[in-house]
Design a protein around this ligand. Structure first.
Ligand SMILES: NC(=O)c1ccc[n+]([C@@H]2O[C@H](COP(=O)([O-])OP(=O)(O)OC[C@H]3O[C@@H](n4cnc5c(N)ncnc54)[C@H](OP(=O)(O)O)[C@@H]3O)[C@@H](O)[C@H]2O)c1
Length: 326
C-alpha cells in the first residue's frame, strides 16, 4: 500500500511528539523516505499503529528526564521536536515542555554527538512579546533551541499557522461539535488564519533534514489563502452538507465564553487560546521557495477526510498520505 521506497539508509531520526497529529504524518513520511525512525512516547501501548510500520521503534520514556533523553537519543542522527501542548494540563507544562525541553534536547544532542535538530514552533511565537502564554513560551523555546548553534548543532525551526489534514484538531473538532448543536456560538469569529496542509509541513521537515541551506533558519509556513475563524466553521458546515447556524460573538462575550469553557471538561477553549487569537495567524512572507512545494489550499483536501470520517464512522488517516494523491 505504501509507495516503493527508493533508498533505504541507516540514518535514524528521533521524533519527539511522533505520536501526535503532525508526528504520525511525519513518521510515515520518514519511513517512506527510507529512514529508521525512533519515536519517544509517554505511552507506548496507545500507539501500536505506528509499530506496524517498517523501521519504526517506539520507546516508552519520560522525555522531560534528561538522563532518559540522553539514553534514548543515543545512535540517532537527527532529532525532530514536535512536543507541545495548547493548554496546560499541569501547571508549568508550557515552561517545562516548550522552554526547558528544548534546552534538554540540546544537552542530549551534545552528549550523543547529534548535530541536527528540526524544531516545530508556531507562527506569532515571540519570547516576551506574544499575546498568550502558549505563544510566549513557544517563542522562548524557539530561541533556546537556536542556541544549539553555539554547541555546533544545525538547527532549523518551523513556524506554521494552523495545520489541517487527516486527524487535525481544527476541522475534525468543529465537525464533532456541529453534530451536537444546531446553533454554534463562536468566540473570536474574526481571528484570521492561513491554514497549511500537514503534508506540506511534513515535506518541509523531510526536505530540511539534509539541506545545509536550511541550517540556522526559521521558516513561516502558511497555506495559500487566509480565512476568518467564522469562514472556516462555515466551510465545515458546507462540507458536511448539514444545516447549522453560526452566531459570531463580540469581544466581551468571546472572553466570557473562553473563561467558562476553560473550566469545562477537556477545556475546549481557554482564555490563553482567546489571547492567542488576538493576533492574526498569517505571515507576510511567502512559503519558502527552496523546498519546491506549492502549498495546498484546503478546499480540495478537507472534504476527502471529513466526509470519509463522518460516512464511515472512522477514517484511515494515512490513506491519503500513502497515495500521495494531493
Ligand atoms: N496542529 C497545529 O495546528 C499546529 C499549529 C502550529 C504549530 N503547531 C506545533 O506543531 C507541533 C506538533 O503539533 P501537533 O498538533 O501534532 O500536537 P499533538 O497532536 O498535540 O502532539 C503533541 C505531542 O506532544 C507530546 N506531549 C504532549 N504532552 C506531553 C508531556 N507532558 N510530556 C511529554 N510529551 C508530551 C505527545 O506525545 P506522547 O503523548 O506520545 O508522549 C504528543 O505526541 C507542536 O510543537 C505544535 O506547537 C501545531
Amino acid at each position: 500500500m505504501y509507495p516503493k521506497i527508493a533508498v533505504t539508509h541507516n540514518k535514524t531520526i528521533a521524533v519527539l511528539g511522533g505520536t501526535g497529529f503532525v508526528g504520525q504524518h511525519l513518521v510515515h513520511a520518514l519511513v517512506e523516505s527510507g529512514y529508521q525512525v525512533r519515536v519517544l512516547t509517554r505511552r507506548r501501548e496507545r500507539h501500536r499503529e505506528l509499530l506496524v510500520l517498517p523501521r519504526v521503534t517506539l520507546i516508552e520514556t519520560d522525555i522531560t528526564c534528561l538522563s532518559s533523553l540522553h539514553q534514548h537519543l543515543a545512535g540517532c542522527h537527527a532529532v525532530v521536536n514536535l512536543v507541545a501542548v495548547l493548554n496546560e494540563k499541569r501547571k508549568g507544562d508550557f515552561q517545562r515542555l516548550h522552554v526547558e525541553l528544548p534546552r534538554m534536547i540540546i544537552d542530549a544532542c551534545v552528549a550523543n554527538k547529534i548535530d541536527r535538530i528540526i524544531h516545530m514552533s508556531a507562527l506569532n511565537a515571540y519570547a516576551g512579546k506574544a499575546p498568550s502564554r502558549y505563544l510566549t513560551s513557544k517563542g522562548e523555546g524557539e530561541d533556546t533551541i537556536h542556541m544549539g548553534a553555539d554547541e555546533g548543532i544545525n538547527v532549523t525551526s518551523l513556524r506554521p499557522s494552523v495545520i489541517f489534514g487527516p486527524g487535525d484538531q481544527l476541522f475534525n473538532r468543529f465537525a464533532g461539535l456541529l453534530k451536537f448543536v444546531i446553533c454554534l456560538p463562536l468566540a473570536c469569529p474574526n481571528a484570521r488564519f492561513a491554514p497549511v496542509y500537514v503534508h506540506d509541513v511534513v515535506d518541509v521537515i523531510v526536505k530540511s533534514l539534509n539541506n545545509r541551506a536550511t541550517f540556522g533558519q526559521r521558516y513561516d509556513l502558511c497555506g495559500p489563502r487566509i480565512y476568518t475563524l467564522q469562514q472556516l466553521v462555515e466551510f465545515t458546515i458546507k462540507t458536511l452538507g448539514i444545516k447549522r447556524s453560526v452566531v459570531p460573538l463580540g469581544d466581551g462575550m468571546s472572553k466570557l465564553m473562553a473563561r467558562i469553557l476553560s473550566i469545562a471538561p477537556g477545556k475546549p477553549l481557554t482564555y490563553d487560546n482567546y489571547l492567542s487569537m488576538q493576533v492574526d495567524s498569517v505571515s507576510n512572507k511567502p512559503f519558502p521557495e527552496l523546498f519546491g512545494i506549492t502549498p495546498q489550499p484546503l478546499e480540495a483536501i478537507v472534504p476527502r477526510y471529513l466526509l470519509n470520517q463522518t460516512q464511515r464512522g472512522q477514517f484511515d488517516r494515512f490513506r491519503l498520505y500513502a497515495g500521495r494523491d494531493d
